[in-house]
Each structure stands twice: as C-alpha cells, then as structure tokens.
Write a protein that binds this ligand. Structure first.
Ligand code: Z5A
Length: 236
C-alpha cells in the first residue's frame, strides 16, 4: 500500500445492498452514520436521533464502530488500548474491516431487513479519515478493502459533524476520561482528520451531509433532523 491515491471515498457504492435476500423497499430500514473527529458530538447525536426516530414511530437502534457485536467489541478493546503506535497501520485497518464485516453481517443488515433503522456512531468514513487522511494509507487501497469485505454496501446517509480539531479535543478532555490511543495522537493528525472529513463530504454529496457541529447541542440536533427529513423523506 502506498500513500494517498485519488480521493475515491465510498463514491459509486450504491445504497445499502448486500448480497442477501432483500425485503420490499418500503419495509426496509435505513442506515444512517454519524461521523466526525474527536469530541464532535457523535455519541450525543446518535442517541438523540434514535430517540427522535422512535418518537416518530420508526423502529431504530443505535450502534457504534468499532463494535456493535461481541467480535467487534473485542476488536475495539485491543485497538483502543495501549500505545498509539502499538499496531502496524495496515494491521489496524484490517482489524477495523474485520469488525465492520461482523457488524454489517450480524447486526446492520439483519436489522435493516426487519425494517429497523440503524444509526451508527462511526462507520467507513472514519477509516478513510483516520487510516487514510490521518495515518497516510492509500484511499484507493482502503476503498478496495471495503469492496472486498462489503461489496457495494454503504450508508443511505452519512452525517459528518464538522468541528474544529481544537474544539473537539477540548470537549473530549473536559469529559474527563483518559484519552485512548487515537486521542493521544498529535495535533497535526487531528487537523488532517478534520480536513479529511470535509473532503469526504465534498466528494460524495449524494450520501454525505456536512453539519456544523460547533454549535450548541439542540441546534446541531435540529440540523441533523432537518437533513434526515430532507434526504430520507420522514417527518421528525
Ligand atoms: N477509529 C478509526 O481509527 N478508524 C475507524 O474506522 C473507526 C474508528 C470506526 C473510537 O471512536 C476510536 O476509533 C476513534 C477513531 C478510531 N478515535 N478516537 N479517539 P469513538 O467514537 O469511541 O471515540 P471518539 O471519537 O473519541 O468519541 P468521543 O470522544 O466519545 O466523541 P463524540 O462521540 O464525537 O462526542 P460526545 O461523546 O457526544 O461528546 C463529547 C463531549 O462533548 C461530551 O461531554 C458532550 O456532552 C459534549 N458535547 C457534545 N455535543 C456538544 C455540543 N454541541 N456543544 C458542546 N458540548 C458538546
């Protein structure tokens, strides 16, 4: 693998379509991802979005990456603990993809097939941002890995919370827990992440919506609900 190739992103990948038996389109759930750097407010907004969907009578579940299944949570533990250089960066990408495959096959696709909407705290854009723009792996190689593991599977909508690196790190620090392997990376890494997420959103405007996450929580929440209403045709 080399350094950055063309910004391929997940462009060209269709909506969530695994090679699994598909239900009638009207009954299929929707897959929404919330993305962004450290302290962008993803976890907070995933919770608020699932609550809003349920209030509107739409069955919904929250999940996260890496994680969401027992195998994925085990991978999360070994990835996030310890020194920031503990893993070779390609090994790290492969572990994240293994967790994602488990997540899609065991939790996301079956939920969508049952008509449940799934809202995930991070997904494939985090790999492009952290392992690609942040660590320097080739974006083309990462897109190839995604196709190998998941074919054309992609979220119906990805909300990317745009928060300056400084603001996000301040929020994460104020939360008070000891930073994990990624939070301990240097400031320049977090700046690259921020720019990377903006580029990902600009490269795939059909799937992504960039939302200014630096505003107060209710304002950010309303902006996300507006995007979900507009893109996915529901009233929240
Ligand atoms: N990782 C990767 O490298 N590659 C991949 O493919 C994937 C992941 C999937 C785990 O992620 C790590 O895995 C992550 C990248 C890597 N690196 N790190 N670190 P994670 O999602 O578990 O960790 P995180 O990004 O650090 O999440 P976080 O710090 O928990 O941030 P958040 O979920 O975006 O924010 P939050 O918990 O909702 O809010 C943080 C604090 O800010 C909290 O006190 C809130 O009350 C407060 N907050 C939230 N919204 C606001 C607003 N609007 N205003 C003011 N304060 C706010």
């Amino acid at each position: 693998m080399g350094t950055h190739g063309h910004a391929r992103g997940l462009s060209g990948l269709g909506p969530a379509t695994l090679n699994l038996k598909r239900p009638e389109p009207a009954s299929r759930g929707r897959f929404i991802t919330i993305e962004g750097g450290e302290g962008a407010g993803k976890t907070t907004q995933v919770r608020l979005l699932v609550a809003a969907l349920e209030r509107a009578g739409i069955p919904a579940r929250a999940t996260r990456e890496p994680g969401g299944t027992s195998g994925g949570e085990a991978i999360r533990r070994i990835l996030l603990e310890g020194d920031s250089e503990k893993w070779d960066m390609i090994s790290e990408a492969l572990l994240l993809l293994a967790a994602r495959k488990e997540h899609v096959v065991r939790l996301i696709a079956p939920s969508l097939a049952e008509g449940i909407w799934v809202v995930s705290d991070r997904f494939a854009d985090s790999t492009l941002a952290y392992q690609g723009y942040g660590r320097g792996l080739s974006l083309e190689d990462l897109a190839m890995l995604h196709r190998f593991a998941l074919g054309s599977f992609a979220p119906d909508l990805s909300v990317i919370l745009d928060v300056p690196a400084e603001t996000g790190l301040t929020r994460a620090a104020a939360r008070g827990n000891v930073g994990d392997r990624f939070e301990r990376l240097d400031r320049a890494f977090h700046e690259r992440l921020c720019q990377g997420f903006r580029k990902i959103a600009a490269d795939d405007i059909a799937r992504c919506a960039l939302v200014d996450g630096s505003r107060d929580q209710p304002t950010v929440q309303r902006a996300i609900l507006d995007v979900v209403e507009e893109r996915l045709g529901v009233s929240l």
